[in-house]
Design a protein around this ligand. Structure first.
Ligand code: SF4
Length: 267
């Protein structure tokens, strides 16, 4: 015989705001992480091809140690590598440590870098960051992002370049080229450089992270150009999902001449 159904206790009235009726505070929805348009296999193939094209890409900003790299990157904002190198050759010959730079003083540093845009402000920052390195970091360039970004004139992009080039960390300094490629081909869509950076760091296999920054910059500078992408010259044209691409046939894959591979990189 079937057991008579037990009378269930009356359900409590639902409180407004939550489906379960709890009156816990409503939390704002977490922002959706922008997704890449590519599978892991596609991404592996893209960076594998870049690594064949340019096995050892290098930045062109001249430097002799982590400190001079940091100064060169600070000076390179809104300036060309060639222009920065012209000025820093003599500057670094006179001062290649924070102590020597601080001893030079703002006026002398200004004399060396007068040909670089925004030189007054940059000279001020170079002296201030040299003093901060001496006072807070024992005269050494720190290998942590937060510490680097505490230095005058050092933003996230500069910190990423220094962490990547001087400390071999898998960082991604998103410049105008990388930002454009991330969005144009759907590799890392994002409204801000930080969003593009977060996706790229998440999706690029670790083994490619040391050079990924330079590969993407060079690809954006010479092939996937701002005004009109040169798709027939592109080694990933068959994988690319951009609505702007003009061919599905990839360019032949071969190592580029060293000069062609490294010219004019702006880190
Ligand atoms: S196929 Fe064209 S749009 Fe796509 S990555 Fe290459 S150059 Fe850029």
């Amino acid at each position: 015989m079937r057991k008579p159904k037990e009378k269930s206790a009356a359900a409590p009235a639902l409180l407004p705001g939550r489906r379960d009726g709890s009156n816990a505070k409503l939390r704002p929805r977490a922002a959706r992480q922008p997704a890449t348009a590519y599978s892991a296999a596609d991404i592996e193939e893209i960076f594998h091809r870049f690594s064949i094209q340019r096995p050892e890409p290098k930045g062109e900003l001249e430097h002799v140690n982590a400190f001079t790299l940091l100064v060169a990157v600070v000076l390179s904002a809104q300036a060309t590598d060639a222009g920065v190198n012209k000025a820093t050759r003599a500057l670094f010959a006179a001062a290649d440590t924070p102590e020597k730079m601080a001893a030079l003083g703002e006026e002398k540093v200004g004399d060396y870098i007068r040909t670089i845009g925004l030189w007054r402000n940059k000279a001020k920052n170079v002296i201030a960051l040299s003093n901060a390195l001496i006072t807070d970091f024992g005269g050494k360039v720190p290998g942590e992002r937060e510490a680097l970004m505490s230095l005058p004139g050092v933003g996230r992009k500069t910190a990423n370049v220094v962490l990547n080039m001087a400390f071999g960390q898998p960082t991604m300094a998103v410049d105008t080229h990388i930002f454009r490629i991330g969005n144009r081909i759907g590799l890392a869509p994002g409204r801000t450089p930080d969003e593009v950076e977060a996706t790229l760091v998440r999706i690029i296999p670790e083994k490619y992270m040391r050079h990924a920054h330079h590969w993407l910059i060079l690809h954006g500078r010479y092939v996937c150009k701002a005004r009109k992408p040169d798709c027939p010259a592109c080694v990933i044209a068959d994988i690319c999902k951009s609505a702007e691409k003009t061919t599905d046939i990839p360019a032949p894959l071969a190592p580029l001449e060293p000069l062609e591979a490294t010219r004019q990189i702006i880190v």
